[in-house]
Design a protein around this ligand. Sequence first.
Ligand SMILES: [Zn+2]
Length: 339
Amino acid sequence: MKNWSNILGHERPRGVFRRAIDGDRLHHAYLLTGPPGVGKFTTAHALAAVLNCKSRKADEFQPNCGECSPCRRIGDRQHPDVLFVEPPKRVIKISQIREVEKASISAPYEGRYRVVVINDAHTMTEEAANALLKTLEEPPERMILLVVTDQPHRLLDTIISRCQRLRFGALDEATVADALAVEEDDVDDDLLVVAAGFGEGSLGRSLAMLRSGMLADRREFLERLFELDSRSIIDWLDLADELSDSTDELESRLEIITVVMRDILLVKRADPERIINADLRELIESQAPRFSLEAILTTLDALMSAKRRLDHNVNATLLAEDLVDRIRDPDERALYPPA
Ligand SMILES: [Zn+2]
């Protein structure tokens, strides 16, 4: 767990918590929304420690110390008064919300507050959501509910209206790069900046890209991609085969091709300072003349639709084959659109 003082960005929602604790005006339920991987859950987890940290004086905000027994046990998810509800597979079941109901009957065992963090709350089944609603209608004393989701539109309106809503925005690239430097201390600074660009304001996504190792071998992959002959269908099918090795790999590769195509677009529009693959600028500038604007847009469309289908669990092999077929010769496609 990150301690409160190590969380980067999100001054506004964090300020709301700080002032509420200072004035002893904590609401009983908060809804933390915003894009994936920006720190909503991390903030909720750290808040549970802030509320129960031994070094905090009553009604006074202070970042958690990270050292005392409650801080350490909350960090390890071993504190009896801090409950985490998360989808074990795809959904949060009613039995999990029943545990929350059960806990809400008694006062906290040892902490100042009982804190319940419901992560990916939009995955609650209808029954689970209705059960949670009951707890929200009769909020127990000294219990704080932190409802975390990146898809609030999938929650019941009645749940949303009973929570104070806190919006978490995307992080700026410099903040992400700084946070990455803390997490991955043996990575080159240039690569950290590239990873921050790839994450589009999500620390989680940037970290995943960095840890996949695919950012590090982008150059090799892209050089190979650019050398493929559009007429050599066999080579493209080999590429599809390689891409579909694993869904994670496919996802990362799609992202890499998408970002490089956007970079090529920026170069064509004479705006090369904004490219994300800054370390590959030469390669990108050398490729730009090969692509017409139309070809770039056709390719980006194909990549977007492949990403959408990947989210819907379409077979990776079929998806990769369809994709290479669409990006293999984008100019031809643009000139001769399917009838
Ligand atoms: Zn502490």
